[in-house]
Design a protein around this ligand. Structure first.
Ligand code: SF4
Length: 312
């Protein structure tokens, strides 16, 4: 009921936080065949420019600050805080820059989270990064070696995710920051759609498990049928209290996303690639955001349920 009122624009929903996803790098040590992390352009990634990064974060903070009435999103959504979510590629490839950027973001006022494939998350690094985060996201598509290899979730040397090491790192992170929320992301695709991932998920005990359907934007390789996707969801219904499902249409124009060059971008089903704004460092946040907006109703439905549960 509430969602339909939001879609009709009759209710201005309240979010605990607006989430800005910055994909800081395209580089990754894995090579997933469905990977979405490919962007146009070959300029230097902004994360390597310390002052440019700081400047962009400050500008984002001013524009998306809940009291900035000049932001057109304000007319449709009400939010209280801003979370900067750093993703990739694999953000832990640049661990120093990642830690520094998280510190800068927190000093400015953001809360922060990171999404990683988990392969570089040592116990020591987990202890360093955990105090800076409200949420740590780990992508986990399979607990089966053969499946991970077929998807491309292995390093050039053929190294796979070590579940024991990941479990250990997550435990260490939780110990040092008991408020840290753990989120797992699984992309359902043609290779893992028949798997029962319940034991692997339970082992890591996340507060939230996001189940995403393979999105055919960059490639339609490993596309999954409606029935196979629904069967995967049904097979894991016992995890329904933490599972959060995203189908293809939910994922279009419903995130605030920034690419490694500092441009807002959006995905659009049926189009061969992303749509981009000019770089934020060149034209400023307001002008760049006006070029690539988001769909407020989809954005809200994405965050309404987690907010109600008090989760990010
Ligand atoms: S781990 Fe993520 S960024 Fe890396 S190849 Fe796979 S989907 Fe792409």
């Amino acid at each position: 009921m509430k969602h339909s009122l939001i879609r009709k624009g009759l209710v201005r929903p309240q979010l605990s936080e607006l989430v800005i996803n910055w994909h800081i790098t395209e580089a990754c040590n894995y090579n997933c065949r469905y990977c979405y992390a490919h962007w146009d352009g070959n300029a230097r990634e902004l994360i390597h420019d310390i002052s440019g990064t700081r400047q962009m974060l400050e500008n984002l903070w001013q524009f998306f600050h809940p009291e900035n009435v000049a932001n057109p999103l304000q007319k449709q959504i009400d939010w209280r805080g801003i979370r900067l979510n750093l993703a990739g590629g694999e953000p832990l490839l640049y661990s120093e820059r990642l830690l520094q950027t998280l510190s800068d973001a927190r000093n400015i006022g953001f809360t922060a989270s990171v999404i990683t494939n988990g392969s570089l998350l040592s116990r020591d690094f987990a202890q360093l990064i955990a105090p800076k985060l409200s949420m740590l996201g780990v992508s986990l598509d399979s607990a089966v070696s053969k499946t991970n290899r077929q998807i491309g979730r292995q390093s050039r040397q053929g190294k796979l995710l070590d579940m024991d090491a990941l479990e250990d790192a997550i435990k260490a992170a939780r110990l040092i920051n008991p408020k840290l929320q753990i989120k797992l992301n699984t992309v359902i695709n043609a290779i893992n759609c028949d798997e029962d991932l319940s034991a692997g998920i339970r082992r890591l005990a996340p507060q939230r498990w996001k189940v995403l359907r393979m999105l055919p934007v960059v490639t339609d390789e490993l596309n999954v049928s409606d029935e196979d996707f629904q069967r995967f969801v049904a097979r894991h219904r016992d995890l329904g209290d933490i599972m959060c499902i995203e189908d293809n249409t939910d994922m279009v124009e419903s995130y605030v996303m920034i690419d490694p060059l500092g441009r807002f971008f959006q995905n659009a089903l049926g189009q061969p690639n992303y749509r981009y704004s000019p770089p934020i460092p060149k034209v400023g946040v307001a002008q760049a955001f006006a070029k690539v907006g988001i769909d407020p109703s989809k954005f809200c439905s994405r965050y309404m349920v987690p907010v109600a549960r008090g989760l990010p």
